[in-house]
Ligand binder design. Structure first.
Ligand SMILES: Nc1ncnc2c1ncn2[C@@H]1O[C@H](COP(=O)(O)OP(=O)(O)OP(=O)(O)O)[C@@H](O)[C@H]1O
Ligand SMILES: [Mg+2]
Length: 305
């Protein structure tokens, strides 16, 4: 097996005349937790549908652990567990049957399917509902069932298309811990989400897609750092002077409050403090406003509008 879990090259997708994917290329490394972010309609679900063979590509190629998703569909597809954005359970099956059928579909022996289904029911707390028709499941239960179903055949790659959309805080935290643990144990995960806090917490690398194009692909911390514009607010207890060293920095001083705001990354904090110290100014208050992934995301996607 190669060390690349998913490799996408120059992928183009047209829906009739509409170009939904405009030549995207990126790969997801084995063992990675990859965040695939972008505004509504950017092309995330389309990409996922192509990776999982649910939708045809127009041109380009996608490989899953070296297997072409079109030419080697049979080898590629079982390597992925998918929890789709929209629920697509057979309305005539119980939750338990959904799980057993899924594993059977991927060739897991019947006895093993049943044991695994019990394990998943226990893990995702579906014990109260497994005898019921899936139509009576709550939104949160459906999300849990969708994840359980994706994991039934123990795939090396898990793709989650907005797994925490509309779930309550308790379940969201459970899912975060669960996914982080699964990834630590070796499962490669590709996740789309509109909760940037989620991507910030879980992902190693982040790809941002906008209007069918990848606009940024970077290690999460690097992405934030490269676009970061932290602000360091300082108040001094000694009289204000226009020190010469201030020219090195971008700053603004509010006359009324005496607050000095440095538009500098927090890496420069000790440098700034040392200058104040050397010029015998007493720093009496300090506050840092850090850039978040949300700020970065807005910068990236709005620029292209
Ligand atoms: N079956 C289809 N037929 C025609 N157009 C489609 C089809 N599916 C998606 N599209 C269009 O392709 C574009 C990308 O849609 P896609 O569902 O991939 O976006 P997304 O990034 O998943 O968005 P969201 O965050 O809203 O889920 C959108 O403009 C959408 O309207
Ligand atoms: Mg989508």
């Amino acid at each position: 097996m190669t060390d690349t879990a998913i490799e996408i090259q120059n992928l183009v997708k047209y829906y009739k005349d509409f170009k939904a994917l405009d030549g995207i290329s990126f790969s997801v490394k084995k063992g990675e937790f990859f965040g695939f972010l972008g505004p509504n309609g950017a092309g995330k679900t389309t990409s996922i549908s192509i990776i999982t063979g649910l939708c045809n590509l127009t041109s380009g190629s996608v490989k899953v652990f070296g297997h072409d998703v079109v030419k080697e569909y049979r080898q590629a597809r079982p390597l992925i567990g998918l929890s789709p954005q929209d629920f697509n359970f057979d309305p005539f099956l119980s939750a338990r049957e959904v799980l057993i059928f899924q594993a059977g579909y991927y060739g897991v022996p019947r006895k093993k399917c049943k044991a695994r289904a019990e394990e998943m029911i226990e893990m995702f707390d579906l014990g109260q509902v497994y005898k019921l028709d899936y139509r009576s499941l709550s939104g949160g239960q459906k999300r849990r069932l969708s994840l359980a179903r994706a994991l039934m055949h123990q795939p090396p790659i898990l793709i989650l298309d907005e797994p925490t959309a509309g779930v309550d805080i308790e379940l969201r935290h459970f899912l975060w811990d669960f996914l982080a643990d699964l990834n630590r144990k070796g499962t490669t995960i590709l996740l789309t989400t509109h909760y940037l806090e989620e991507a910030e917490k879980l992902c190693d690398r982040i790809g941002v897609i906008n209007k069918g194009q990848i606009v940024k692909l970077e290690n999460k911390d690097k992405l934030i750092r490269s676009m970061a514009k932290d602000t360091i607010h300082i108040r001094i207890g000694t009289p204000w002077q226009e020190f010469n060293w201030l020219k090195e920095f971008q700053y603004q001083r509010e006359e009324e409050t005496g607050r000095i705001s440095f538009f500098e990354n927090k890496e420069n904090l000790s440098k700034i403090l040392k200058h104040f110290y050397d010029s015998k100014s007493e720093v009496i208050d300090l506050e840092i406003e850090e850039t978040t992934l949300e700020d970065v995301f807005l910068q990236l996607t709005q620029k292209k509008q």
